[in-house]
Design a protein around this ligand. Sequence first.
Ligand code: NAP
Length: 289
Amino acid sequence: MTAAPPVAIRLSGTDLAAALRQRSADAAAELAASGTPPKLAVVVATDDESSHLYVRSIAKAAHKAGLTCDVVDLGTDASARQIRETVTALSDDVTVHGIIVQTPLPSGVATRDVVSAIDPAKDVDGANPASLGRLAAGLPAFAPATAEAVVALLDHHGVALPGRDVVVVGRSTVVGVPVAHLLLARDATVSVCHSRTADLAAHTRQADIVIVAVGRPGLVTGEHIAAGTVVVDVGTNPTDDGKLVGDVDAEQVGRTAGALTPVPGGVGPVTTALLLWHTVTAARTGEGA
Ligand code: NAP
């Protein structure tokens, strides 16, 4: 009789997300009772349906946890100046504690020009380059929620980080670069791979932990992953039949990896929950300031 193929442990984000949402709800109730109801503002300027779906899911989660969530929809004709002025006004509004600028933005509007107007104290998705700079310098800052969700998920499942070899695939300022900084701060040894990396599999096969944030379904296959490796799949790629798949070929990698995050149900729900947690944290800080 042949032995059954090993099956990777499923690193679900569902329980952690629920615990974070509960923690945010408790903090939101306390803040409301003391006269500072936490408020998140989301600026949108797109007709991209998946972006609106994502924003609706954030608003729903916020309301459920007792936070106010204002969606400011500027329409697809909004100019860079208009969006920047809106973000500046929200930064100046003392009743607003968290600000997210949803991408994509209208063509011709540079994301960096707009997000740099977010007050870093309200930058709950770590989008302002100033926040990334502070993170890199080891100073207090909000990290992009997805990057923090990766580390929170590893912690939640008891995956040790100090001294471990971690390979991050993807170098965006939203996920790859901030997650590398967060992992360095936790004493991991970090390599960052990207589209110009000569031999991706040679890097990933050496790693204890592989984090994939690329946006290409099935990029990471069984040949990229050595036995026992912990794999975090950040990718969220919609399929033609309305499903969501990651960047990792879950069937192949699930046979060799020691543990693997599911898509959906892994990093995604933790990301949304952390946006709420960051907003109540910002409200608490503002209250005490
Ligand atoms: P992005 O800005 O497009 O960056 C993609 C990165 O992947 C780039 O650094 C690119 O390298 C690299 N890359 C492209 N092809 C590659 C290849 N063949 N081999 C190695 N690296 C390659 O994407 P992103 O915003 O970081 O998002 C990545 C994925 O995460 C997407 O699926 C997105 O939907 C998902 N995501 C999920 C969440 C969540 O909450 N779960 C949040 C944010 C993003 P270069 O720099 O050389 O071009």
